[in-house]
Design a binder for this molecule. Structure first.
Ligand code: NIG
Ligand code: FE
Length: 417
């Protein structure tokens, strides 16, 4: 099947040669083509260029079955890649939202048995099919908002059966939806109540029971640990990442959200694909990241929603680091997967340029999922995941109009959704 999008006002983030990620000053650069066409064959990007170079008769010689889309006045962007979500969860937690409004902190809510443990209780009571149905709705919500690839974590099970239930739901979503999905095993998300007095025993259970089960059914691509003050220690994290590595699970971890926890260092030690959150980052952490291949990932929705201090993103980019921005879509700290909103937060709260947030929500998040050869930019041979905007005056208008839905049409795997 052939699809041609023509008269595109601006085709955004085109690449002749695929880059795996962009860092430092390079983050402020985006290649574009004005008055462009984009040619899709089957599920891949086949060609693109300026309208003056488009020879439609040549294409019609190949076949008559061509879908032509006129994008006059509109722009085409590569779909968002969301490299950090917990979008498989049961129910919602707006009661804690009220607690937060009344002044309780994230840690206080967690200590009272709220937070992640509250979601774990709800998930335990929910059937696998019901969990799938609830999660499917969220997938279609983010598709409409422009996301084409998403990472999803377990971590609301906290026992072998319920963790497996979550991962099977993620597998089913992989098989039944048009987005690219990567699954991350996050058994060490919180310590369940029954292990409160013996955290090490729970870590042993993650290592000796859960990881082998997950690996036997090939349910996870990556492994994660919430390495932070009040959650899992550097030593716990080290043990879990080592065990995951033995089963080929690459690390992507929650780090430095609540303190300079050493999470970044242990993540880098295991050559993690990404370290995520990063509210607490000093010169020492920046130096460690500069000597690594790990993608520093900021979750602006969580920092906004919890009223936390903001990660020093500007400082990190100015030091030469790459930055990725992901949604953290979850019921406790970021109940949205809207990546356009993450771009706006990136600009306003972290002083990033529109070009920087575009790179941070596409190619760099693709890197953080090990997918930057497949998605994250407009390049020949990449998967045809793009969205067409409504009529907009400029690229900058996109993150600027932070409350507006500016997406007109979504194409995933070359098909209009
Ligand atoms: O990334 N920080 C740890 N975990 C999630 C929160 C999950 C929850 O509160 O349900 C996060 O923000
Ligand atoms: Fe998270």
């Amino acid at each position: 099947m052939l699809t041609i999008i023509k008269n595109i006002k601006k085709l955004v983030q085109v690449e002749q040669k695929i880059k795996l990620k962009v860092s430092g000053k390079e983050m402020a650069k985006i290649n574009t083509i004005d008055n462009a066409f984009l040619f899709i064959r089957d599920h891949l990007i086949a060609d693109f260029g300026s309208m003056k170079d488009l020879d439609l008769s040549k294409i019609y010689n190949e076949t008559n079955e061509i879908i032509e889309i006129d994008a006059s006045g509109k722009m085409v962007f590569p779909s968002f890649v969301d490299s950090h979500t917990h979008l498989v969860y049961a129910g919602s937690r707006e009661i804690e939202y009220m607690d937060k409004i009344r002044g309780l902190s994230y840690e206080e809510i967690a200590k009272r048995g709220g937070g992640i443990l509250n979601s774990a209780r709800l998930l335990h009571k929910t059937s696998e099919d019901e969990l799938y149905q609830q999660s499917l709705k969220r997938i279609y919500e983010i598709i409409k908002q422009g996301t084409g690839a998403v990472e999803i974590k377990s971590g609301y099970g906290l026992n072998p059966q319920d963790e497996m239930k979550m991962l099977r739901v993620i597998k089913r979503l992989k098989e039944t939806t048009p987005v690219q999905i990567k699954a991350t095993f996050l058994g060490a998300h919180a310590v369940p109540v029954e292990y409160k007095q013996n955290q090490t025993e729970y870590v042993d259970c993650v290592i000796n029971e859960m990881i082998p089960m997950v690996a036997a059914e090939e349910l996870a691509d990556f492994i994660d640990v919430f390495c932070d003050k009040g959650f899992f220690t550097v030593n716990d994290t080290d043990r879990i990442l080592m065990a995951g590595m033995k089963y080929g699970l690459k690390a992507k971890i929650h780090a430095n959200e609540l303190a300079n926890s050493g999470g970044i260092q242990v993540g880098v030690k295991y050559n993690a694909l990404s370290v995520d959150h990063l509210e607490y980052v000093g010169d020492e952490e920046i130096k460690v990241l500069l000597d690594s291949e790990t993608m520093p990932t900021i979750l602006p929705g969580a920092a906004f929603f919890l009223g936390m201090k903001y990660s020093p993103a500007r400082k990190m980019i100015d030091a030469g680091l790459p930055i990725a921005l992901a949604s953290d879509f979850n019921p406790g700290s970021s109940p949205t997967g809207n990546m356009k909103l993450m771009q706006s937060f990136g600009c306003i709260n972290y002083k990033l340029l529109p070009e920087e947030v575009i790179n941070a929500t596409t190619i760099n998040t693709a890197y953080a999922m090990g997918l930057s050869e497949e998605v994250g930019s407009i390049a020949k041979g990449k998967i045809a995941n793009v969205f067409i905007t409504k009529e907009i005056p400029s690229i900058e208008f996109f993150p600027y109009a932070f409350g507006s839905d500016l997406i007109d049409m979504v194409i995933l795997n070359g098909k209009v959704i």
